[in-house]
Design a protein around this ligand. Structure first.
Ligand SMILES: [Zn+2]
Length: 124
């Protein structure tokens, strides 16, 4: 079983579905049904506190740039993951500088995919 230890102290299979906060907890997002989405462990960890739509846009860009990446997503090397994480943080900085946090309703209206697994997002 492929595991990783990206967040300190947490080791999970990279393709395990986790509960992710649409609005990150650091921005006041609550652990309530309306604010929870499913995302694989890899996407959840990599996204960190980035706004969800911005992260998924970034991810689609990576997938277009490297057509093998989606298939390799859960087995990429630690170095590659670190590189993507750095890009995430840079994008997040730009986002903090330039963009206001989108509200949850907006994210729900525009949300297409939960994560790399590209499943349609549907509210139960
Ligand atoms: Zn994923």
């Amino acid at each position: 079983m492929i595991t990783h230890q990206y967040k300190e102290g947490i080791t999970q299979p990279r393709n395990l579905l986790t509960k992710d906060h649409l609005q990150p907890r650091t921005y006041g997002g609550l652990t309530i049904y309306d604010n929870l989405i499913a995302a694989c462990s890899q996407c959840n960890n990599l996204r960190g506190e980035m706004e969800a739509q911005a992260f998924f846009n970034l991810q689609q860009k990576w997938f277009r740039r490297d057509v093998t990446l989606r298939a390799r997503w859960h087995t990429i090397s630690r170095e590659e993951l670190y590189d993507l994480k750095t890009q995430c943080l840079q994008a997040h900085e730009r986002q903090l500088r330039g963009l206001a946090m989108r509200n949850i309703e907006y994210a729900f209206r525009h949300f297409k995919f939960i994560c790399c697994q590209k499943k349609l997002f549907r509210r139960a």
